[in-house]
Design a protein around this ligand. Structure first.
Ligand SMILES: Nc1ncnc2c1ncn2[C@@H]1O[C@H](COP(=O)(O)OP(=O)(O)OP(=O)(O)O)[C@@H](O)[C@H]1O
Ligand SMILES: [Mg+2]
Length: 142
């Protein structure tokens, strides 16, 4: 486990960029934490770090958005609105697990169906602008 405290949006973004090698090594990341914690903000920062220019938003209706061409693909899913593990399985995300980076917001809703290599990142608000960010990995962290 590793923990960081960040004190602004910009610090969250730079931590996301710093952690990029860790995220890419895992291949699948579950982003956890309450509403408005900063999960989507974190994904936006990862996209910037991957040189993806598309505007990353929450994949509310499609439940999966893929970004990038040529370089690394970024796949972004959000399980907030899903009601069962079956619904999450029906997204067929495993098809993308070996192709670039998959980040799943609210992955802790159905932890049993996350692949074993999943890196879990928990974002906990400490105040309006500060966040505690905790990494839990099945592998020794880089
Ligand atoms: N240090 C910080 N890191 C990330 N977000 C922050 C920080 N400080 C303030 N914020 C604010 O917190 C909010 C985070 O919103 P965001 O949509 O990223 O949350 P979320 O965890 O994806 O929420 P949801 O569960 O609804 O998907 C934004 O309004 C952002 O400006
Ligand atoms: Mg979000």
């Amino acid at each position: 486990m590793k923990q960081y405290v960040v004190n602004s949006l910009e610090e969250t973004s730079s931590l996301a960029a710093t952690l990029l090698p860790e995220l890419l090594r895992a291949g699948v990341v579950s982003l956890e934490g309450p509403l408005g914690a900063g999960k989507t903000h974190f994904v936006k920062a990862v996209a910037v770090a991957l040189n993806i220019r598309a505007d990353v938003t929450s994949p509310t209706f499609t439940l999966l958005q893929s970004y990038g061409s040529g370089g690394k693909q970024l796949h972004h899913s959000d399980w907030y609105r899903l009601e069962s593990a079956e619904e999450a399985l029906a997204l067929g995300l495993e098809e993308y697990y070996d192709d670039g980076l998959m980040i799943i917001e609210w992955g802790d809703k159905f932890p049993d169906i996350l692949p074993p290599e999943t890196l879990r990142i928990r974002i906990e608000p400490q105040s309006d602008t500060s966040r505690m960010i905790t990494l839990i990995s099945p592998l020794p962290l880089l």
